[in-house]
Design a protein around this ligand. Sequence first.
Ligand SMILES: Nc1ncnc2c1ncn2[C@@H]1O[C@H](COP(=O)(O)OP(=O)(O)OP(=O)(O)O)[C@@H](O)[C@H]1O
Length: 510
Amino acid sequence: MSRPLGYLEVLTKPSKNNFVSCPTLSGLPSKERRKDKDYLKLVKHSILKIGRSNKECDFLLADDPSISSVHCHIWGILFDDSSVPMCYIKDVSLNGTFVNSKRLERETAYVLNDNDLIDLPTLGNAVSFRFLESLPDLEDPEDTSARKETPDIYSTLNIKKSVENKWDISPRIIGNGTFGNVLVAFKKSEIVASDVYSRPNFAVKVIKLRKYKVDKEAKILLKLNHPNIIKIHYTFNDLMNNNLYIFQDLIPGGDLFSYLAKGECLTAISETETLIIVYQILKALHYIHGRGIVHRDLKLDNILLCSPEPCTRIVLADFGIAKDLSLKNTRMNTIVGTPEYCAPEVGFKATRSIIDQSCSRANTIDQSMNGYDSKCDIWSLGVITHIMLTGISPFYGDGSENSIIQNVKRGKLDFSMKPWNNVNHNAKQFVEKLLEIDADKRLDSKQSFQHPWISRYQTQLEKIYQKKIMSTLSAAEIEGKADWKRRLPKCVSLSNSSLIPNNKKQRKNI
Ligand SMILES: Nc1ncnc2c1ncn2[C@@H]1O[C@H](COP(=O)(O)OP(=O)(O)OP(=O)(O)O)[C@@H](O)[C@H]1O
């Protein structure tokens, strides 16, 4: 059973009806009672919902009309088993959710820190929770000696606490990869600007720059502006320490790999959920390929979710080895990427010199001599789609590079495997067309949209896309364009004065 990623101590005296079990948490130990206190557990990638609707919420506040049917979402993300969980809160209400007396921007996720106080304004007594990273030691609650010493991340990673007096970097690591660490960051100007509102969170990727290498990732990202591509706000090159800082949106739902990972293996998701993700990745690929940019490292880990649930907005990240061909329209030759997702024409470092002319991929050799183009991203999308539909990585074998190479050489997909049983014929054909060894015959991003698996549902997919994107972009980004206010939950609106945090200092400032 997965360990809790955090706890909510219920500070408001609960009435006997206000805790309900919910479908996402059913069967899991979602509540714990200790010394007369109730603690709600945050379970990996399950969203805990608080509000008035007994159909949708895990914690029910049915008696108070100022609470929205779903008032706020709280969830935890675990990057991997060795990392510290990240927990987030998002307000989706009319009357607001407050953390440490500051109101949260609606539809925007915020990182929760140990001991944060969460208040929901009501007509009667405020409803309050305390967020805890772990449960207090009940034997001796005052004893802090057992608590973990947090290492000094700044000196361990050799990174700055503050950049150019514009950005603060928190010691919280969201994730890490081969090239860098990603941490939570804040814009300094937001401290003054958001006197009442809580400060928005950003992410900063800190990459060790190899000498004489330019910051290609930042340069490419700065050119792009698309809802399914990570948005960057600022970059800073620390020449003294050879570090590049890329400040970007924080995408709070974790990556697709963690989303699919249950226990020891990856699990399949429904065809509809897969379709919605594939549609968004295709939008992003169509956008970048049209501008001469090739990602070259498309994989589950580089696809981020705005929240850990079906139908969410997804965002392509990690343009660390992306290539910009817009200035010089050539093909590429460098062998890069992750073998499991790597198109045959890109080649594998281990075999480029000894590739066997007699293998069924003879044409691949010519292609690899001629270089490769943006279709390498389409192959990777084929691998990703295969995994989402079946939980199986098509060429993974025993995971070694040799085994992957052998499997890619054979290029055979096995649709007789059980997980394919309930998958629609069009979906299988789509995967086949993306995992076509001959890159010339492989679909490109435009043709992929025209494949029956996608085109048949185009209207519905576009509707879901517009709705989901509108609801997950922050209010500021969609201001003036959206009708999101009309879609607010039906509940009693508190007067403006009731929205002021119940805190003297705050009142003075207003
Ligand atoms: N903007 C972001 N918001 C939230 N999480 C992020 C963000 N950027 C990256 N991450 C998390 O950090 C992880 C590592 O980031 P990234 O892939 O950019 O690093 P990398 O060193 O280039 O990785 P790789 O080894 O895949 O090349 C991602 O898998 C993701 O879980």
